[in-house]
Ligand binder design. Structure first.
Ligand code: FE2
Ligand code: FE2
Length: 142
């Protein structure tokens, strides 16, 4: 499997975990906590893989065009991580997690941005050797 295929597969996994969380929010606290903990771990791991295993190897020929998407990618990741922190704080103070559907919208927009813009550009810029190294790193972490 190549990098986009592996990451799209992980996007599907994260979306399914978020659907579990939507259901768990309507149930009891312990179910919500358990489901959130799994979801949070998988999503943080995914973002870590993107930022530390994938994009550290991205060196496009056209630096001006190629780097344009990176500030947006980082900004979206920070927004997502910030929202995760807010949810974690709500759980720590034994409150219900709020606005899961708003978070889902944010996450799905981010997913589209990556799948339609970011990963295709990345795929063009990497050499076969770089791709193999990154795939090995992804497999190690997933
Ligand atoms: Fe991402
Ligand atoms: Fe992603």
């Amino acid at each position: 499997m190549n990098i986009p295929a592996l990451m799209v597969k992980d996007h599907c996994k994260i979306e399914a975990l978020l659907t579990d969380l939507e259901k768990a929010v309507e149930q009891d606290y312990s179910m919500m906590l358990k489901t959130f903990t799994t979801f949070e771990w998988e999503l943080e791991k995914h973002i870590f893989i993107e930022e530390k295993a994938i994009f550290t190897s991205y060196h496009p020929d056209n630096v001006v065009e190629g780097y344009k998407m990176l500030p947006e990618l980082t900004k979206q990741h920070n927004e997502i991580l910030n929202r995760l922190n807010i949810m974690r704080k709500q759980l720590r103070s034994r409150q219900n997690i709020t606005d899961v559907s708003g978070f889902k919208t944010l996450l799905m927009e981010h997913r589209s941005f990556e799948e339609l813009e970011v990963y295709p550009q990345l795929d063009q810029a990497l050499t076969e050797e770089q791709k193999q190294t990154i795939v090995a790193k992804i497999r190690e972490m997933m």
